[in-house]
Design a protein around this ligand. Structure first.
Ligand code: G3P
Length: 215
């Protein structure tokens, strides 16, 4: 399973990159706003050291505008993937971009049928938002499983990118179901290291080693 980092904060991406945990990055307008920096400069900087895909969101509401934005974004780095919203105009744009070999990530996906439409349009990735479904009393993880089944039934190559991840269990369940990628906020990715038995075990080993360890 690939890990993408769901942030536009360069320092946080670098920290995880040094641990070999960054297979790609996803951004959106809210994450760019949170990072508080210029959109283009931020994406260019991320793209300069991250080898894998860096998702950048198109902001137009019509297909023509989205395609124009995408053509500009791909000049920002060798690994740009254009985020396109799950709308009829968005799907027109995805079809056109696929023909131009520009990779897309269909965002704001909340149902397996939306994911099927995106795959039929030729999306490179679909991003089901698990946490936001949980927030309204649905079981977000169910749609990851349904999308996996649908894509496997028909051999769609569109990758499932589990998004809106709020806690480590979302990552675990996505991996068990077979999502291709989880895009994870840095704070949550760091939590995956933790286990109290690791801490207790390490403390004991270090204490025992004091007997012979030279000062
Ligand atoms: O990449 C976008 C997605 O992960 C959003 O997450 O927490 O704003 O629902 P959230």
């Amino acid at each position: 399973m690939e890990f993408f980092i769901d942030t536009a904060e360069v320092d946080k991406i670098k920290e995880l990159h040094d641990m070999g945990l960054v297979d790609g990055v996803t951004t959106n307008p809210s994450l760019i706003k949170k990072a508080g920096r210029d959109h283009e400069q931020t994406i260019k900087e991320i793209s300069s050291f991250v080898k894998g895909p860096v998702s950048v969101e198109a902001l137009s509401e019509d297909a023509e505008g989205m395609v124009k934005e995408a053509e500009e974004y791909v000049k920002w780095g060798h690994n740009i993937v254009v985020k396109i919203p799950m709308t009829p105009e968005g799907m027109k744009a995805v079809r056109k971009l696929a023909k131009k070999n520009i990779k897309t990530n269909v965002t704001l996906v909340f149902s397996p049928l939306q994911a099927l439409i995106a795959a039929k349009a030729g999306a490179t990735y679909v991003s089901p938002f698990i946490g936001r479904l949980d927030d309204i009393g649905h079981v977000g993880m169910d749609i990851i499983a349904q999308i996996r089944d649908i894509f496997d039934n028909y051999g769609y190559e569109t990758k499932i990118l589990a998004a809106s991840i709020r806690h480590p269990t979302h990552v675990l369940d996505s991996a068990l179901i077979g999502a291709d990628v989880a895009t994870v906020p840095p704070e949550i990715l760091k939590k995956l290291f933790n286990h109290p038995l690791t801490e207790i075990g390490l403390k004991k080993f270090l204490e025992d080693a004091k007997q012979w360890k030279k000062e």
